[in-house]
Ligand binder design. Structure first.
Ligand SMILES: *[C@@H]1O[C@H](CO)[C@@H](O)[C@H](O)[C@H]1NC(C)=O
Ligand SMILES: *[C@@H]1O[C@H](CO)[C@@H](O)[C@H](O)[C@H]1NC(C)=O
Ligand SMILES: *[C@@H]1O[C@H](CO)[C@@H](O)[C@H](O)[C@H]1NC(C)=O
Ligand SMILES: *[C@@H]1O[C@H](CO)[C@@H](O)[C@H](O)[C@H]1NC(C)=O
Length: 780
């Protein structure tokens, strides 16, 4: 109830805000200076237009002024340079004029302006005498979109140079007139297919109209609207909290939605990202260097034989010692060449010559023999001579490509025929070191790198998937679940033709919404508790329907037809967590698995603490956690516990009193609280860590029960035995195992809350050594 009230209030507020056009009026002749009276604030004080400090000068723009963490959301004439503290801004009928030692210029120029206002939405608006808008900052975004500000077709956001320098950077996000939202490095055209090779993110909504716009909702929802204002695709579902949001293409090239809790006044936190991998943006590293992810960071090592142009700024790339090359170009000098090799990297393919069906040694020789060849890629069959500089390099352990780089070896004697790879020379030692160095870097980063491959594989796969799904995967997440007639569902599922899952609570069928290709999963509830009134059912549907979280499966609608009770959910294309964990192929790597665990924890945190009516799931297991097209986990079947017959949501395995996923209190007639979910989550977490089922009777007797085995290994300091030959940082492993053991304590009060669990998984709090799960057994 409280939730509805909040929701209504929030809505009322926004309607009010729109109707009243909260604004501060600025009249002709008003002036600002950097030091005194530096900005015009919106009525609530949330946004301000005027001077802001950057480096040791000032720029003109709009900042979020109502919070301690000053955030620049728009900059006037961002590449126009900074002004000193004796500059001034003047509001004239020709617009906003800037006076500085460099002279006078218009930072916003329009004719016949008569008033201006800084709106509470963050929009700075100029009006003419009749009150019509002649200019507004919302139409000229720099790198940021604010709620209600659209990015219209044909417009783009351009990243900033750095977090602190708001002049133009090197990445862009284009809302194309073909309907596709695409990220590119700068200096690449939009005319596909030529430009498509430079794209590093796309919404895959091309051919959906010439006037598609990108929008950020007041609740943080990021979505595309089609020509007629219909929802084309949700990129991020948003949240229902009354927080502040913005979307920005950051200096690192990734487009993100941020939220800010106005009560806590902490930091902006990331809600959604166009990519989790910092090496995805093309140009993340400068020329002749390649991107390697180091945890959350990206590193840009130079090609062997190259050095940073400016060691202080890796984005400028690397160059080879040009003095050596120059000397060698003079025909008379005695230079010989050697070839350095670098494996497992991909580059922009800019060949000037390709030699097919050559071997590796042939390729090496072909490059050595060719004066113009400075680098060549051998892909296993073709030798591709590259035009330097090499761009968009990325480590990719899955590629067979070998990059050959030609290095100049200066020598005072004419090169002998076999001087190609001089043996025993000092140069050779140097090369050896280089090669060892490179191999070491490779070895050292293998752990991280493996995650890159898998991530990459998934990306490629998700890319294909997204193409296939193009147009199918969009949802209108607005509003409560809608009631369906039984006949409608019969039609949608083609008479319950295709079964896609079966669980304790019912059978799930694939269906499609009539007149569109939107896929849905229709769940026919079986064993609904007798005497469960229609009213109760509808109430429950309302509670479930009001949950909106990116880690929860969204309920679209339901059908209540006498004893027939059906639920219509969004369709999850990648099956369940069980499908991906317990198969031998395509298992996610450690980093991905930890990402999945954190996302599941977020979903439960929402159910337990953030939605207005606490929801205890009661049936957490990998089969109930579904994977969406981007392999993001979403919790299914929550809110059903109340509707189902007692006991049937619990599965007991009957051996050695093992409870499976079910918390011990179920067997002890103790009250069931959210801590029962925490227990089940702990078991699932162990399964995620070890990629095996908690109970696996095909294993030897003493290994069959995972939670027992884990505690045994934990106690005896042999955790590495849990993960086989997968390379995992043992400290990370131990942290996660500690969290899981805390979760599966028999005594519910010892288990942490989901909030604590998430903090521990995120690594922000210390994790004490857990006791044995059964040591504080409460009396039965
Ligand atoms: C601001 O200007 C608008 C339009 O000129 C006017 O209707 C409104 O009353 C003004 N508000 C204030 C607070 O002066
Ligand atoms: C495109 O859409 C925007 C809003 O979504 C609208 O203001 C504009 O008039 C549209 N343009 C055309 C040419 O239809
Ligand atoms: C826009 O979307 C709405 C709702 O999704 C749909 O009904 C309409 O046909 C679409 N318009 C165009 C021009 O595609
Ligand atoms: C580059 O070449 C010059 C001339 O041969 C040499 O003096 C210098 O040490 C070289 N620099 C590096 C970093 O190898």
């Amino acid at each position: 109830m409280a939730f509805i009230l909040c929701y209504l209030l929030a809505f009322a507020f926004f309607n009010y805000a729109e109707a009243q056009q909260l604004q501060s009026n600025i009249s002709l002749g008003s002036a600002l200076t950097p030091t005194t009276n530096s900005s015009w604030a919106s009525r609530s004080g949330m946004y301000a237009f005027g001077f802001y400090k950057q480096g040791n000068g000032f720029a003109v723009g709009i900042v979020v002024a109502g919070i301690p963490e000053r955030t620049v959301v728009w900059t006037a004439n961002r590449d126009g340079g900074l002004v000193s503290d004796n500059a001034s801004l003047l509001f004239t009928s020709a617009g906003i004029a800037l006076r500085s030692t460099q002279g006078q210029s218009l930072v916003i120029g329009e004719n016949n302006v008569s008033s201006a206002s800084m709106m509470d939405s963050g929009n700075f608006v100029l009006y003419n005498a009749s009150g019509a808008i002649v200019w507004q900052s919302f139409r000229y975004p720099t790198d940021t979109l604010l709620p209600t500000q659209p990015l219209l077709a044909g417009k783009e956001l351009l990243s900033a140079k750095s977090e602190t320098n708001h002049s133009s950077g090197i990445f862009r996000l284009a809302m194309q007139v073909d309907g596709n939202l695409v990220q590119y490095p700068v200096d690449t055209g939009n005319d596909s297919p030529y430009s498509a090779r430079y794209a590093y993110y796309a919404s895959y909504t091309d051919r959906s109209g010439t006037n598609v716009s990108l929008n950020l909702g007041v609740n943080g929802r990021l979505y595309l609207l089609n020509d007629t204002g219909g929802i084309l695709k949700n990129l991020f579902d948003g949240a229902t909290r009354g927080w502040s949001y913005l979307a920005r293409i950051d200096a690192d090239g990734i487009f993100r939605v941020y939220s800010y809790d106005l009560k806590q006044k902490g930091n902006w936190s990331i809600e959604w990202s166009s990519s989790e991998d910092r090496c995805v943006p093309k140009g993340a590293c400068g020329v002749n260097s390649y991107c390697v992810t180091m945890g959350a960071r990206a590193d840009c090592p130079c090609l062997p034989g190259f050095e940073y142009v400016n060691p202080g700024d890796q984005t400028l790339g690397c160059e080879s010692n040009s003095s050596v090359v120059d000397v060698c170009k003079l025909k008379n000098s005695n230079c010989s060449y050697a070839i350095l090799e670098l494996g497992s990297t991909t580059w922009e393919n800019e060949p000037y010559m390709q030699l097919s069906s050559s071997g590796k040694e042939d390729c090496k020789q072909a490059c050595l023999d060719d004066l113009n060849c400075q680098a060549a890629i051998f892909d296993g069959s073709t030798c591709i001579k590259q035009r330097p500089p090499l761009r968009y390099g990325r480590r990719d352990m899955s590629t067979p490509n070998i990059l050959f780089i030609k290095e100049v070896v200066m020598s005072s004697v004419p090169p002998a025929p076999d001087a190609v790879v001089p043996k025993g020379s000092r140069k050779d030692d140097k090369k050896l070191f280089l090669i060892i160095g490179v191999s070491f870097t490779a070895l050292g980063s293998i752990l991280l790198v493996i995650s890159v491959i898998l991530l990459w594989k998934h990306n490629v796969w998700a890319y294909k998937r997204m193409n296939e799904l193009n147009g199918d995967a969009e949802w209108n997440e607005d509003g409560a679940p809608r009631p369906y007639a039984y006949e409608e569902l019969v039609k949608m599922t083609n008479n319950f033709n295709e079964e896609v899952g079966r669980g304790a609570s019912g059978t799930v069928y694939k269906g499609a919404i009539a007149n569109s290709q939107k896929l849905v999963a229709v769940k026919r509830l079986e064993k609904v508790a007798t005497g469960e009134g229609d009213k109760e059912f509808q109430n429950e549907m309302r509670v479930i329907g009001r949950t909106h979280h990116r880690n929860l499966v969204h309920l679209h609608g339901y059908c209540l037809d006498g004893p027939k009770k059906l639920l219509v959910y969004e369709y999850m294309s990648n099956g369940s967590l069980a499908d991906i964990l317990f198969t031998s192929e395509g298992k996610p790597n450690w980093e991905e698995r930890m990402g999945i665990a954190r996302n599941i924890a977020r979903g439960f945190l929402y159910l337990h603490e953030e939605c207005d009516k606490q929801i205890i799931h009661c049936d957490i297991k990998p089969q109930n956690i579904l994977m969406d097209e981007y392999m993001c986990p979403k919790i299914a079947d929550f809110g059903l516990a109340k509707l189902l017959q007692q006991d049937q949501t619990r599965t007991t395995t009957g051996i050695r009193g093992t409870k499976g996923y079910v918390a011990p209190e179920w067997h002890r007639k103790m009250p069931i609280t959210v801590k029962a979910d925490v227990y089940s989550f702990g078991i699932v977490l162990l399964e995620i860590v070890c990629c095996r089922r908690n109970v696996d009777l095909s294993l030897p007797h003493d290994e069959a029960i995972l939670d027992d085995l884990v505690y045994h290994y934990f106690e005896s300091g042999q955790l590495e035995k849990l993960v086989g030959d997968e390379e995992i940082n043992i400290r990370q492993l131990e942290r996660v195992v500690r969290v899981a053991i805390w979760c599966i304590q028999d005594e519910p009060s010892l288990r942490p809350s989901m909030k604590k669990v998430l903090l521990m998984l995120e690594g922000t709090v210390d994790i004490p050594v857990p006791p044995s799960p059964v040591s504080f057994l409460s009396t039965i």
